[in-house]
Design a protein around this ligand. Structure first.
Ligand SMILES: [Cu+2]
Length: 159
């Protein structure tokens, strides 16, 4: 009886290892060097119906100043997840400063109805390092290690 339980456990062991590796990869705090916060000014040009640049990248804790200009009609800019909202007349500059405290990807939206495609006038604010790729790499290393340890163990039993 005890033998069958042990055998079952032994068979389940690789699966437990894989599950543990996936959980580790998903939640382990990675030794990502956190860059010192900096101040940066980004000039964003609004036109119907896009922002240029469309993606603003920052690290957590940076002080961002967005200088918004418009080349055609009145546009706005608000950032999901942040208390940021500004409007700009064509040919003028409006600016707003804020600290990127929230990590993740946030949508920029035009807050002034500026034409047919206005709802599609969006951009992105990306805050923080992208650790997804590093986590995937870590996971594949772990799985390879589990696979190797398993095959060497089987080899030993074979003798
Ligand atoms: Cu607009």
């Amino acid at each position: 009886m005890a033998g069958t339980i042990a055998a079952r456990l032994r068979r389940a062991l690789p699966l437990i290892g894989v599950v543990a590796a996936v959980l580790l990869a998903a939640f382990i705090p990675l030794p990502v060097p956190t860059p010192d916060p900096i101040e940066r000014t980004i000039r964003v040009e609004a036109s119907r119906f896009a922002y240029q640049p469309g993606i603003i990248r920052a690290n957590r804790g940076d002080q961002i100043t967005i200088e918004l200009t418009s080349v055609d009609v009145v546009h706005g800019l608000s950032v999901d997840g942040y208390d940021v909202e500004l409007q700009v007349d064509p040919g003028r500059v409006s600016s707003v400063s804020f600290i990127t405290n929230n990590e993740g990807t946030f949508r920029l939206r035009c807050s002034v109805t500026c034409g047919d495609m206005h709802p599609f006038m969006v951009g992105k604010l990306q805050v923080g390092p992208n650790t997804l790729l590093m986590r995937a790499g870590f996971l594949s290393v772990m799985l390879t290690a589990i696979g190797l340890s398993r095959s060497t163990r089987l080899g030993r039993w074979g003798k």
